[in-house]
Design a protein around this ligand. Sequence first.
Ligand SMILES: *Cc1c(COP(=O)(O)O)cnc(C)c1O
Length: 377
Amino acid sequence: MTGFVFSEKPIQIEEGDGTTLYDDDGTAYLDFGASYACVPLGHGHKGVRDAVTEQFEKLTYVQASYPNAARTALYDLLAETAPGDIDYTWLCNSGTEANEAALKFARSATGESKVVATMQGFHGRTMGSLATTWKSKYKEPYEPLMGDVEFVPYGDPEAMAEAIDDETAAVIVEPVQGEGGINPGTKEFLQTARVETATSGAALVFDEVQTGMGRTGTLWASEWADVVPDMITAAKGLGNGFPVGATLCREWIANNYGSHASTFSGGPVISAAAGATVSTIVDEDVPTHASDVGAYMQERLEAAVGDDVRDVRGEGLMVGVEVGRGANRALKGLAMDHGVLALPAGRTVVRFLPPLTVTEDEVDQVVDAMVEVVGDE
Ligand SMILES: *Cc1c(COP(=O)(O)O)cnc(C)c1O
């Protein structure tokens, strides 16, 4: 759990500006991981910094039972920008907590317990979210976890339809699997989950912790899939680096969520950070930029290294390259020889999740680095 140690001396990051990070020696790195998609607007974004500073000077924290303008503004903004009639928000501090809440809300609102999840899926590391996560390495040391979870092959509409029955409380699914290897879901698969859950009365939860905030080319990947789920969970990019999670839901869930709370839920500073992040993404149409530059990146990678790697895939600026000789070797080459920071997704996939404000010129530099790194294989 020490992060990426590529050499004897770990890369110690001390400063950041846009897509660029600087280590303690002042060496620059192109940040194409954005610390797991957590800085969609890039490092040191002025709008987020100003909103946080202003709120900090007014009021740092007050419990959620007292309405506060920063929190209310965030609720309103999320209701306005979420698909369809997803008008309610519960705020927390991380992705796993957002999913934990979604599972609890679904059980309470439906009175059922079964959860359908997907193979290779990742939903977090607390006991409930972990039970819906696929990889046994993450789960085995902590069993028994929450029970009554059934896994279906990702992308298989028939298996999804078959798994959903009258005892199903929730289906939880990533519109594009991140940790599982950058696997884009098909619209048919996601729409089947919508139709079948609507028929059976189960809650459809889209885990957008990684796909949200414009990353796949629309503010929510739900829009790309043309599906209005019952709940959307968000975290990673929501506060441009500040720790905040959200469970967005429809009225039937909000009215029957049971009893759930978190002390730090939607503190004013965190709400100001998330409010500034979401409004900037929407006002500056960042998702369209992500869609354009993401398509450019995939095309350039395909042309430059398509023949040297097993696959190039993704949606928007969620891009995976499946490399023959393992992701770690490629990641080390990118970091140490080319000053490019990226992420693994499983053992064989190099994952790129740059800030959504990344330029084509920065993409070109990363593609050139990839040519050298995978060309060596
Ligand atoms: C990272 C991630 C989570 C867990 O988020 P944390 O903030 O680390 O708890 C859940 N779901 C998906 C899809 C993720 O990528």
